[in-house]
Design a protein around this ligand. Structure first.
Ligand SMILES: Nc1ncnc2c1ncn2[C@@H]1O[C@H](COP(=O)(O)OP(=O)(O)OP(=O)(O)O)[C@@H](O)[C@H]1O
Length: 243
């Protein structure tokens, strides 16, 4: 039986509005609305992901991968087009998104869980498991601003991995952390992925990891969809293009 779609993206356009670069003096004296320019980072991308699929997204730096992931997570709203998650819960696992720096790790677990759509009771029930997996020791009760980037991503990974949303979006996070945590998180990822009802989208620059984990690959090039299809085929075409 054909599996249903978990994600439908249709004709997605996302732009950033940036200030034109002027001298600081001129910017302060003459800042007008006309001094902004629009940069289109995602230009009319359409694709679907079936429930249980593990989709990898590749593309050179600045091709719009993270922007698209943030739109699927609901952090950005599209300028044009639509994203339909068919009622599935979604979590974005990415370095540097979402934590309140002044709050402790423990407080951020609760906050992130609520933002992901879980109830306070559900998050509290999983709190010890998340703290254990993150393995941050006494730092769990320190403000997140005192964390190293590796500690930060350990906490981020643990929250999304243990709370288990229907759709997991993973942005490069597997490449950080110390060797021990990297191995642990990779194994946890494999375990999560093996649940055939969970849909996963992974952005990574590691073809080896994508080859091992993904059922299909989407290649973004300068904001446009260049190719989508079978993992080996798309990765080979992408690697050839990049070499
Ligand atoms: N906050 C922002 N303001 C303006 N432009 C931005 C902003 N964030 C990203 N961009 C631009 O949008 C484009 C796409 O960026 P994005 O981070 O989505 O690319 P990426 O494919 O994830 O890149 P990388 O592989 O380097 O992480 C880039 O040209 C980038 O300069």
């Amino acid at each position: 039986m054909e599996r249903e779609n978990a994600i439908d993206v249709k004709d997605l356009h996302i732009s950033y509005k940036c200030l034109k670069s002027f001298s600081i003096k001129r910017s302060l004296l003459q800042l007008k609305k006309t001094d902004t320019e629009v940069f289109e980072a995602v230009k009319g991308v359409s694709f679907s992901v079936k429930k249980g699929e593990i989709l990898g997204i590749v593309g050179k730096n600045g091709s719009g991968k993270s922007t698209m992931l943030k739109a699927i997570a609901g952090i950005f709203s599209p300028d044009e087009g639509s994203i339909d998650l068919h009622g599935n819960s979604v979590s974005l696992l990415s370095i540097g998104v979402g934590f309140q720096k002044k709050l402790t790790g423990r407080e951020n677990i609760l906050l992130s869980g609520l933002l992901l759509g879980f109830s306070e009771e559900q998050v509290r029930a999983k709190m010890d498991e998340i703290i254990n997996f993150a393995g941050l020791g006494k730092f769990i009760d320190m403000p997140v601003k005192t964390y190293s980037s590796g500690m930060y991503s350990k906490l981020a990974f643990s929250i999304t991995a243990i709370l288990e949303a229907d759709i997991m979006l993973i942005d490069e996070v597997l490449s950080v952390g110390d060797a021990k945590f990297k191995k642990k998180s990779y194994n946890k990822m494999k375990e999560l992925i093996s649940n055939e009802d969970r849909t996963v989208v992974i952005v990574s620059h590691s073809s080896q990891q994508l080859q091992e984990l993904c059922t299909s690959i989407l290649w973004l090039h300068e904001g446009e969809l260049r190719m989508q299809g079978e993992t080996k085929k798309v990765l080979e075409a992408y690697e050839e293009f990049m070499s």
